[in-house]
Write a protein that binds this ligand. Structure first.
Ligand code: ATP
Ligand code: MG
Length: 555
């Protein structure tokens, strides 16, 4: 975890020292409702809401809903659900669209002040005149339109008298500014489309740069925090605030922090949308997606996500955080909270020769050794059980300590067994493993045999009482650590990112409900995705017990 205040906290402390009143602190998280939130947004959410907690200041949720072509109500609802799930409470729920009237009036004032004009060229021509970073742009032939004409055309634009693209409103700044964003940026464009909140009220919509600072001003945001790509926009942000002034020293202050980038992961809504459109995943909340809704379905906890972004820290320089750090934070939390259970995902039958036919015994196992109060669970045991196929080898090579012919292992929470022989089917596949057990070796009993050390302990389930389950197992969605760097990222989608398995689980699982998390002993952490019509539980694998990224062997 980052030690001491981060650079943003330092800026705020400094401002407080210089006379900014504590009561004037206010932050906001400003998502555009054009998709669901992803892990990168968790960072921005934590930065803002944690500042709110640290400085005891309000944090608004502001929907930056200025572009009806890509925004939808379902995204607004999804974003609210995700922030609540993370455990944060916003002060006010705001919408840039609530400020459309103010923005329009301010735009008229800018025209009146000679600081904005209607350009009637098409967007390609306007782009051509922008120049390059080393070459000044050219003034639009409409730059010196009279204020009266500008005001009239602007009001006609608002009335819907023109088609899309016929006119735009531009700020009149400087076509030779070294900052390209100041070369007469577009403030309004015509869009004839219904908006999810204002319906058909408007056919001119403000651009992000024009809406954002003014929305901050209206909400009295003290510190407007965004990602580094907005740094060049700061000059424009400040120009607009100054242009509509006077606002004295109450203007919001934009400061930038580095985006969160995560290996093997894409954090761009546009690209995530493409994954859905091209059928690589089942939707925004597919458990392979780095969206908050996907991570939730995968079994991540809000605590682990917050721990992760806080550990990754707040920096001014872009970097890529290893996925293993995210999984470390996840495991650390899941280890504390997950009830233990045994499940076999690649089963082979094991028959205990000397165990009485027809007998069914109730053994007991700890629910969670990390939680004293969790108590015990009952685990049925009988002559026939399932173990993992991988936990047995007829002839063990050196270093294989699990079950093999002539050798012993302990069955978790049960007895020591010894493998005698195998029975095979026509395909030479092992059908049954025949064993004997030591009746005195029962785990937790008082005998010296129960304390006898054997080289390995394996998990199992009683075949009579086991319940059938379906398990979705995941691998990274991408085969390369830096898919975000490739425009053709779709090419690197992992074709084996989802594998479905059938397995067996202890009957204790029938207590589980959708959304509950468990640890399958020796295997990893799983969440109940749903229970199907046949009462069969479908689990999603959240993560393994160990870091699978340490020895990357994929390329
Ligand atoms: P995307 O590129 O995924 O569409 P965006 O920046 O367009 O992201 P917004 O909805 O506009 O998405 O973002 C809301 C806030 O979240 C902004 O302040 C933005 O800076 C921040 N944010 C977006 N992506 C990240 C990220 N990867 N890391 C940290 N903050 C982010
Ligand atoms: Mg955006």
């Amino acid at each position: 975890m980052q030690k001491g205040p981060n650079f943003i906290e330092k800026i705020i402390k400094d401002d407080l020292q210089k006379g900014l009143a504590q009561k004037n602190l206010c932050f906001r998280f400003p998502p555009e409702p054009n998709g669901f939130l992803h892990i990168g947004h968790v960072k921005a959410i934590c930065i803002n809401f944690d500042l709110g907690e640290t400085f005891n200041a309000p944090v608004n949720l502001r929907f930056d809903d200025t572009n009806p072509t890509s925004e939808e109500k379902k995204f607004v609802d999804g974003i609210k659900k995700d922030i609540k799930w993370l455990g944060y409470k916003w002060e006010k729920e705001c919408y840039a669209s609530d400020y459309f009237d103010d923005l329009y009036n301010w735009a008229e004032q800018l025209i009146t002040k000679g600081l904005a004009y209607i350009d009637s060229q098409d967007s390609a021509t306007i782009a051509l005149q922008k120049g390059t970073p080393t070459e000044a742009g050219k003034n639009s032939p409409y730059r010196n339109r009279s204020k009266e004409d500008n005001l009239f055309l602007f009001s006609e634009m608002k009335k819907g008298s023109f088609m899309e693209g016929e006119h735009v409103l531009r700020a009149k700044i400087d076509m030779s500014s070294p900052n390209m964003l100041l070369r007469d940026p577009v403030m309004y464009r015509i869009i004839h489309m219904s908006h999810q909140r204002t319906n058909k009220d408007w056919c001119v919509y403000p651009m992000y740069d024009w809406a954002h600072g003014q929305s901050d001003l209206i909400e009295k945001i003290s510190h407007s925090l965004c990602t580094l790509e907005f740094k060049p926009h700061r000059e424009l942000y400040e120009w607009f605030l100054y242009a509509i002034g006077p606002t004295e020293n109450k203007t919001p202050k934009q400061r930038e922090f580095a985006r969160l980038n995560l290996s093997y992961t894409i954090t761009s809504k546009r690209k995530l949308k493409r994954l859905i459109q091209e059928g690589c995943v089942d939707g925004w909340d597919d458990p392979r997606m780095p969206t908050i809704s996907g991570l939730r379905k995968r079994g991540y906890t809000p605590e682990s996500l917050k721990k992760f972004v806080r550990t990754a820290g707040v920096a001014k320089r872009e970097n890529i955080i290893e996925l293993s750090l995210l999984e470390f934070c996840l495991r650390e939390h899941l280890n504390k909270i997950s009830p233990r259970i045994m499940a076999v995902l690649n089963p082979v039958k094991l028959i205990i020769e000397n165990y009485p036919e027809g007998e069914l015994e109730e053994l007991s196992g700890e629910i969670n050794p990390e939680d004293q109060k969790s108590g015990k669970r009952m685990i049925p045991f009988s002559k026939e059980i399932y173990i993992e196929r991988d936990d047995f080898k007829e002839n063990a090579e050196k270093g294989f300590f699990r079950l093999s012919l002539g050798n012993e292992v302990r069955l978790k929470n049960a007895y020591i067994i010894k493998a005698k022989s195998v029975e095979k089917d026509q395909n030479d596949q092992i059908k049954n493993i025949i064993c004997t057990y030591d009746p005195l070796s029962k785990s937790g009993s008082d005998t010296k045999e129960s304390k006898r050390k054997v080289k390995a302990t394996i998990h199992w389930v009683c075949s009579k009482k086991a319940k059938k389950i379906i398990v979705n197992q995941y691998d990274t969605l991408f085969l390369v650590p830096d898919p975000d760097k490739h425009e053709d990222f779709i090419k690197y989608v992992n074709p084996n990112s989802l594998v479905k398995k059938n397995g067996y689980i202890e009957p204790y699982a029938s207590k589980l409900k959708a959304g509950e998390r468990v640890q399958f002993q020796r295997q990893g952490y799983f969440i109940v995705d749903k229970i199907n019509a046949d009462k069969q539980i479908i689990f999603n694998k959240t993560t393994g017990l160990r870091d699978s990224f340490k020895n990357q062997k994929k390329h």
